[in-house]
Design a protein around this ligand. Structure first.
Ligand SMILES: [Zn+2]
Ligand SMILES: [Zn+2]
Length: 209
């Protein structure tokens, strides 16, 4: 996925361009806290060969034996940091970590996905997730409801489990939980709940409940 992110410091003296994203995240370490004056630093990293300074000469500050931070000497913005070694041992090349807050357009979808740490693969899953959830809702809840209509609500039929499993996976359930109870249900929690209920139904059927 070719990307080109541009950004710079508050006063505009320092400008940079990044052509790819290697990783992203938050750092709560004491050095990042001190340097930014904030609870955490939100960053994305770029292989050095995909990073270029467009203008300005940032001031360097070596914050540890292996890391140097660069900031604007006019406005003080902490723009990026770089491994002081020639290559980061873990990845084999040098990485530049850029403060996400210095991007010109941090609201674009591409950067939002950086902010929440979604790699392209995960993004694909994230897009597929709601489809799968609705498919299961329709399949399980629909099938369950039909079983209940067909066989009646009692004794405890597999229809109830299927219905509940479908409801657990349903994106609307998450929406209602957040809206009415202030509970945030993650897609993963919903998936697990749906699977557990479905399995419970299978066990109930096996032991002839
Ligand atoms: Zn500046
Ligand atoms: Zn840190």
């Amino acid at each position: 996925m070719p990307v080109a992110f541009e950004g710079g410091c508050f006063c505009g003296e320092i400008r940079y361009r990044a052509k790819s994203v290697f990783d992203s995240g938050y750092c709560h370490c004491s050095m990042c806290r001190r340097f930014t004056g904030c609870p955490a630093l939100t960053w994305f990293s770029v292989p050095e060969h995909d990073f270029s300074l467009v203008s300005g000469v940032p001031k360097a500050f070596q914050s540890s034996a292996t890391f140097t931070r660069y900031f604007c000497s006019t406005c003080g913005t902490h723009v990026f940091g770089r491994d002081s070694r020639t290559a980061s041992p873990k990845v084999g090349f040098r990485l530049v970590s850029i403060g996400i807050g210095t991007l010109d357009d941090p609201e674009t979808d591409r950067v939002k996905s950086v902010t929440v740490r979604v790699t392209p693969e995960r993004k694909w899953i994230a897009r597929l997730g709601p489809f799968a959830a609705w498919a299961w809702t329709i399949l399980a809840a629909g099938g369950g409801a039909m079983l209940l209509i067909d066989k009646g609500p009692w004794p405890l039929t597999n229809g109830w489990f299927a219905l509940l499993s479908g409801a657990a996976a349903c994106p609307l359930t998450a929406w209602c939980a957040k809206r009415w109870f202030g509970i945030r249900l993650s897609g993963r929690a919903q998936f697990v709940a749906a699977v557990v209920i479905w399995l419970a139904g299978q066990i109930a059927r096996r032991i002839g409940l």
